[in-house]
Ligand binder design. Sequence first.
Ligand code: HT7
Ligand code: ZN
Length: 858
Amino acid sequence: PQPIRLSDYRPFPFEIETTHLSFQLEPSATRVTATLKVKRTGAAGEPLSLNGERLKLISVAIDGQALSANQYDLDDERLTIDDVPDAFELVTQVEIDPSANKALMGLYMSGGRFCTQCEAEGFRTITFFPDRPDVLSRYTVRIEADAAFEHLLSNGNLMDSGELPDGRHFAVWNDPFPKPAYLFALVAGRLDVLADDFTTMSGRTVALKVFVDPGQASRAAYALDALKRSMKWDEEAFGREYDLDLFMIVAVRDFNFGAMENKGLNIFNSSLLLAEPETATDFDYERIESVVAHEYFHNWTGNRITCRDWFQLCLKEGLTVFRDQSFSADMRGEAVQRIKDVKALRARQFAEDAGPLAHPVRPSSYLKIDNFYTATIYEKGAEIIRMLKTILGAQAFRAGLDLYFERHDGEATTVEAFIACFAEASGRDLSSFFSWYEQAGTPSVSLTHAYDAAAQALSITLSQKTAPTSGQPVKTPLPIPVTIGLLSQDGEPLRYSEVVLLEGESLTVCWEGVAETPVISALRGFSAPVTLTTDARPADAYVLFAADPDLFNRWEAGQTLARGLILSRAAGAPDEVGEERYAQALGQALDDEAADPAFKALLLALPSEGDLALAVDPADPAAIHEARRLLRARIAVHLGEQLGRIHGAMQSDGEFSPDAASAGRRALRNACVDLLAADPHADNVQRIVGHFESASALTDAMGGLSALLAVGGEPCETALAAFHAKWRHEPLVLDKWFSVQARDPSEGALKRVLALTEHADFDAGNPNRFRALVQGFASANPARFHDPSGAGYRFLADQILAVDGFNPMTAARLVEPLGSWRRYVPALGDLMRRELERVKAAPGLSKNVLELAGRALD
Ligand code: HT7
Ligand code: ZN
């Protein structure tokens, strides 16, 4: 297959002023009639070429005249009409089969309801249309169905509805805002609704409706509350007001992604919408809050201003992630949120950037755009916006964004146009900044320093280097904002944070008036998505760990120390004295009465095995796992009594509340339980069993279950069976039962995972259930995935091939864990590569998997 290239972009030569869609819904034979008002905007004589896949064409007519088969060309991907007037009405009629659609793109059935997913290129499986984001049209939609499909929903405002003969009914929707086809949505079925309203800053009342499975409306209350807070926050933080009179969200169980921002009708994976204390963890509450915000914020960054082409995906996704992260920081505390965001960035994006699937935030070619909904586009895209704000300052950043909203409202635009708004509003030349969008790979920054006590002068030298990535052998220096502060050896602030902009390969700054030997706190708040190495001594890291007023760097100092200790042990040079010292420092940090429990919980979590694997070349997952396990055990022994005490003190907070403070207490008590499992003597096991059995919130039940899996034996089997018996009819909770077993690093985990694929409750057709087990194992269980026999890799390859037959998007997401084969010791890397080759050679492979397996092997 031929790649699509950014350099080949050409505007569509027609405008589709209005689009009228009429749906006759039937699960296995839905009729779609599309009436398009078309006007030529390009050169005379250009044919009209519409996307269309898996459509059964019934008829096509221009200005009321039916076309015969020799007046158009029809292939598997397009309908082309050579000879069209300059302005005309095109009517096409097609038939589609939503019940057979297991790829979950386009119009499909979930739980007996019709629903759609059109981003990125699903609309072309619903009707013939220029399915590209730069063709904006005003839509009216008429939906007709059996009255058993009680709610008939689409974008915009409801214009009409009523009964029809033969037990059928209809609804007509109009969306006054021109939009690209990917934002089209339709839902039809029996649903319960939770309703409320919101008064906007200009005094308009917006009706809010959340649609869920019958009987589940109370579980949508948190999402609805998060929606109202998001609407208010976007007015206050960015001056953005909602524009329709109605905002709807629908939860569906079968969904390839988290959620979708369709205009006025967001569709959510139910796992990111439904929450009650017994059925959702604090992590779920946090994710619901941020994803509800993310999809809502898209109304301005994505919908009102959309992308000219899919190469510009970061224009809406990076910016919207930046906005949702800022919202979460305001809701939940800046430092804790930043640490969580950076952990996620390192786990997913840094790993991507370090392997063969590394790509720029704005790629220049692709085979399947579905493969580019990546951590790089989303999370690194958000980091770029964050750096822009750091470099320009909050005021100029806001001015740039205001200009962007004003200038490009109603348009499909580009990253260049976006950056131009900031350059213009700030008067700065941002041309070098643009390289952040075009260059793949994580820059390595190194910091060295020299202190002259007599002159009280400190010089700091920063330098940068980015390793070649596939297709980009030569890298240019990037503008990197490095926020730096100084502490005294006693941990007192010596100099507050300052942003140093490293623009070339290296830079030296000299600071006068530094009265004593400083401890340097660099890259505060993780001011740029880079890996930093410094010439600091471990003693400096202990000062930062105890006292850095920048909480991100306080946490980071702990991670740096732990990483060093684990990697030394993994390399065969254990530092037992250092390990004791680290455990002791951790104990002191836990005793800090002023520190937030959520922050302490983060201190207790050692760097993940994935994070550690990124720091060595080649990585030996077994050695890393064992070294990390031993450090955890040492900490558990050293701090056992203290962990027990804190666990007791963090108990029972009365009635459940999902707020950040209560969640922080739960996080800390579960972090204690997690560590106690590393020293599984009878008292600790009893405490863990008690924690699991007395849990009233799912966070505690899952924390207990995960710890019991680490302990193993009879208490673990009893807990697993009890959990299954209690929750077997609650799909979202049962997903977690699968996932916790998939992530279990114990010896027998792979056998258990294989057995779970045969379990009556396993369903590879449901992405949530499939990912819980298969992705949970491949991405979050390095110790067992990298089994020396290669059985973990074989299992993953088998699963990719099985699912690719009906859901290529879900299958393709699983390629990445095998794709990083070059980073592992050859004995493992070779086995990984062989499984990738087997996948790539399989007959009938989808374009999605072919593209990623091919890139991973290049
Ligand atoms: N913009 C949405 C992306 C999305 C998606 C992409 C491909 C296939 C299915 C999908 N579902 C949703 C989600 C977002 O970023 O908000
Ligand atoms: Zn998004």
